[in-house]
Design a protein around this ligand. Structure first.
Ligand code: KIV
Length: 341
């Protein structure tokens, strides 16, 4: 099994020394129980979102403990205004690609808005689709106490569930937008109750989003299960960030609106991509790319000479045909212009 995994990964990342240097123990997929063990041992948990094969490969190569196929893909990959429009089929499509790109990571699939709220039975049906069709290891759903029965149903049916409390972006119509949560003592207290209810229902871990550090700390201390923060300060059991946000991938104005203030940007890939694309386009237009250096497919001198002789035989005929075709195309082109104006 180890040899198989190593071969797969070494092949996939050929040219990358990192994977072969990685101890085998780290190429092993975590389990929900081991993630809980990390919290007990005081070790922090690293989590990253990924949405497709390349981002999953990066998460695999960087050895994140958990990879989340977040419904944030609606905003950063599909261009929706919010996550509410994301469908089950879209989530499954992306989860499958992430599974292929990150074979040894513990992958959590985010249940989209409308896939788990109507009844625990409906939620279970959709949770099974995640596991059976996309091969993820667990599902995540948003909401506190109100979702406890649903979480219990799914967990009792054999699927590990990660909860999501604090800011729950799917509920922005009710929350009144992407706003920090738990900023009054009563609301903060209620978030602790949410966490306890989800733990009691069997959730193996929680995400806590956009709350003051003091609230995230109190939640982390109140429950035994790991609490993964995003916009929740330094006192949680681990951290998750959105791939596109931390890498600074996009830089058009609409996207800037959605890069959260809590996100540290570790790179400016959007600028690098833009510079590279503009340079490539300019070189194509200027005829400076490709040069002969970028055509490695060679022909022997003997074959070249034969080739020249072959095409010389019917060269006159081809030139004549090319002229006929050229005249025809010009006539058609003029006809189109006349038609348009
Ligand atoms: O959808 C997502 O990416 C998430 C994270 C922000 C936790 O839920």
């Amino acid at each position: 099994m180890w040899r198989f995994l190593e071969n797969t990964i070494t092949k996939r990342f050929s040219g990358c020394r990192l994977m072969s240097d990685v101890p085998k123990s780290q190429l092993r997929k975590m389990t929900a129980l081991e993630l809980q063990h990390l919290k007990r041992k005081g070790k922090r948990i690293s989590m990253l979102t990924a949405y497709d094969y390349p981002s999953a490969m990066h998460a695999e190569r960087a050895l994140f403990d958990v990879v989340l196929v977040g419904d944030s893909l609606g905003m950063v990959v599909l261009g929706y205004e919010t996550t509410q429009a994301v469908t089950m089929d879209e989530m499954l499509h992306h989860c499958k690609a992430v599974r292929r790109g990150a074979p040894t990571r513990f992958i959590v699939g985010d249940m989209p808005f409308g896939s788990y709220e109507t009844s625990p039975e409906e939620a279970l049906k959709n949770a099974y689709r995640f596991i059976k069709e996309s091969g993820v290891d667990a599902v995540k759903l948003e909401g506190g106490k109100i979702r406890a029965d649903t979480v219990r149903k799914i967990v009792n049916s054999g699927i590990a569930v990660m909860g999501h409390i604090g800011l729950t972006p799917q509920g922005i119509s009710v929350l009144g937008g992407f706003r920090a949560q738990g900023r009054t003592a009563i609301k903060a207290r209620s978030i602790i109750d949410d966490a306890l209810a989800l733990q009691d229902a069997g959730a193996f871990a929680l995400v806590i989003e956009c709350v003051p550090s003091i609230v995230a700390k109190a939640v982390t201390e109140a429950v035994k299960i790991p609490v993964i923060g995003i916009g929740a300060g330094p006192y949680t059991s681990g951290q998750v960030l959105v791939y596109h946000d931390l890498l600074g991938i996009m830089h058009h104005p609409h996207f800037m609106k959605h890069v959260p203030a809590f996100c540290k940007r570790y790179a400016k890939l959007g600028d690098d991509i833009n510079n590279a694309l503009v340079q490539y386009r300019d070189e194509v237009v200027a005829g400076t790319f490709p040069t002969e250096d970028f055509n490695p497919y060679k022909m022997s001198d003997e074959e070249k000479n034969k080739f020249k002789e072959l095409i010389a035989v019917d060269e006159l005929e081809r030139k004549k045909n090319a002229e006929i075709l050229d005249t025809k195309l010009r006539q058609q082109d003029e006809y189109e212009v006349v038609k348009l104006y």
